[in-house]
Design a protein around this ligand. Structure first.
Ligand SMILES: NC(=O)c1ccc[n+]([C@@H]2O[C@H](COP(=O)([O-])OP(=O)(O)OC[C@H]3O[C@@H](n4cnc5c(N)ncnc54)[C@H](OP(=O)(O)O)[C@@H]3O)[C@@H](O)[C@H]2O)c1
Length: 254
């Protein structure tokens, strides 16, 4: 585990300060990624989504202050939320402006690079299809794993192709879709995905599969349990059957 992924709005907008307070001496040892796109509303109690350029810029600079260092990556957080209700060209222009802010901030040294984090890549891919030229993110963060429905999985892959982001710079997220308490994780037997007989748990196989669906180089996963973290690190070594992945993709396509 070499990276920490967080966001401007996590923990009620306190996660950056909490990281700096708890682990300032360790943060330099990790790749640090964060996300901007959610802001406190006027009451300060709820978060609202926005691609407003001034707010994005302010959030990036405030993140650097709060973290005590510049993040390695700043992702535009779920831009689809500001795109789906807009016409094609309006959405395209909003996206281009927001990406432009992140690219400028990266060029000015406020972060190492910038990217797009999307829970549902369909509106983002549709906006880019309208002809947003010159958007060159350094990374993409996409939903990954068995819980991702086929349309969202393929839209993420389409986006990676359109933006020419290779798998080494694609990251996956939320391999359990937020929780392993869902009864489905007890009901499934994932051993058919393994290349050979290996000792492992269902969450381990599910986590390992998140590197394949879609192909990504890193997976952002949440855990508050050190044994779980150990299991996840060990799971990265599991050998997966390419044939089983192909069969699975055929099944979910139908
Ligand atoms: N863009 C977005 O809208 C969005 C939304 C959600 C998440 N994300 C991204 O995805 C990342 C992770 O998401 P997430 O934390 O919501 O969901 P997740 O990683 O899919 O699932 C986290 C859950 O899995 C459990 N878990 C982890 N390892 C386990 C293991 N080995 N055995 C059993 N249970 C295990 C954790 O419980 P324990 O704590 O008990 O281990 C926790 O409840 C976030 O950091 C963020 O980057 C993005």
């Amino acid at each position: 585990m070499r990276g920490i992924d967080t966001a401007y709005n996590y923990r009620g907008f306190t996660s950056h300060r909490a990281l700096a307070r708890v682990a300032a001496d360790l943060l330099g040892e990790f790749t640090l990624s964060t996300k901007v796109g959610y802001f406190p509303d006027d009451s300060g109690e709820r978060s609202v989504h926005s691609l407003d350029p001034a707010r994005l810029r302010d959030a990036i600079r405030r993140s650097v202050d709060d973290l005590g260092r510049s993040p390695d990556v700043v992702f535009l957080h779920n831009p689809e939320l500001a795109l789906s209700a807009r016409s094609g060209t309006e959405g395209r222009d909003r996206l281009a402006d927001a990406c432009g802010v992140l690219a400028d901030e990266a060029a000015a040294g406020w972060c190492g690079t910038w990217g797009i984090a999307t829970w549902d890549a369909r509106p983002v891919a549709a906006a880019i299809e309208q002809g947003v030229a010159g958007i060159q993110p350094g990374a993409l963060l996409l939903r990954a794993g068995l819980s991702v429905a086929h349309p969202i999985l393929t839209a993420g892959e389409t986006l990676t192709r359109m933006l020419k982001v290779p798998p080494e710079r694609c990251w996956g997220m939320s391999p359990f879709s937020g929780s392993t308490a869902d009864p489905v994780w007890n009901a499934v037997d994932l051993r058919a995905f393994l290349a050979d007989q290996q000792q492992c748990t269902t969450p381990q196989v599910a986590f390992r599969l998140a590197y394949e669906l879609p192909p990504v180089a890193r997976v952002a996963v949440g855990t508050s349990n050190v044994d779980h973290l150990r299991d996840l690190c060990a799971a990265t070594q599991l050998a997966i059957s390419g044939t089983a992945i192909h069969r699975y993709r055929d099944l979910i396509t139908g």
